[in-house]
Design a binder for this molecule. Sequence first.
Ligand code: NAI
Length: 342
Amino acid sequence: QALRSSFARKAQKPNQTQYGLQPQASFKVAILGAAGGIGQPLALLVKMSPLVSALHLYDIANVKGVAADLSHCNTPSQVLDYTGASELANCLKGVNVVVIPAGVPRKPGMTRDDLFNINANIVKTLVEAVADNCPDAFIHIISNPVNSTVPIAAEVLKQKGVYDPKKLFGVTTLDVVRANTFVAQKKNLKLIDVDVPVIGGHAGITILPLLSKTKPSVSFTDEEVKELTVRIQNAGTEVVEAKAGAGSATLSMAYAAARFVESSLRALDGDGDVYECAYVESNLTELPFFASRVKLGRKGVEALISSDLQGLTEYEQKALDALKPELKGSIEKGIAFVQKEA
Ligand code: NAI
């Protein structure tokens, strides 16, 4: 929705050509893991943005072909490819937004935490390079387990002396996208109008859709709340099982990540009305990282939206209490991983 409305808004500006060939702004976006299942469709969607002047695609292999292919699309951004660790620094120099979907996805029977051992190292290495080459960039972490990889990124940035908590985001947009879709289907609502805040984290019970805060206001039976909440929490597993060993969500994830990139670029461009859910450093609860709606601005997170946490239903309050120990454990695991290596 944000993606579409942003494109529509930009397209209406009088000094743009029909195909948006004269961008209004010129931001540089890097995608690390760009040849992967998420990386490729995400790169395509970001290539469509009139706000992007350069798209830097990095992977350890197979990225040249992706970049050559994408570069033929007649949208404004220039596409550059970077392969392997020796080209990572150049990929990152001068970049405004870095998106990280590098790493392995789940197979049936796996939890997101099962990916920790491989992905923790990948995220650590990539964020070290971000710290060295574009410390002012917004960093969007997609690689799972997000509940731990974001604290890992924060620790790495702290060690490098460049941590800005307002610019580090765990991408939970897919949880919102799924919640909006499932609620609209269930309640027969016009999809474009539906907005459900999703708080907590990005794994199993830590994903907490606040159905009582759905816009437009809509009432649910207790059964509906339970059914929808569980479906939203397990939606990733629904895809993992349907793909039967061939990976996890890639297309819906790319859509969601592109929406979050576009929102970040609008915020960087000075739009004063940009809100998204994201997993960020937070003081809304006693946990150091927590997903909530945030207001985005030129410098990153401008405000955490605390009102969503007020007046929770009994079901939501219980679910919030129940998710905290798991989320706390995942955060501590991420922090310990970096500290023990220091
Ligand atoms: P994939 O295996 O298709 O692609 C991953 C890409 O990362 C590959 O191209 C691979 O070469 C690359 N890669 C591996 N090590 C790298 C390194 N050191 N530097 C740069 N690139 C590297 O996996 P897919 O499906 O694209 O998923 C990527 C990640 O996103 C997984 O960890 C998955 O769990 C996560 N994910 C997160 C979601 C979210 O909502 N935040 C939703 C769905 C997936």
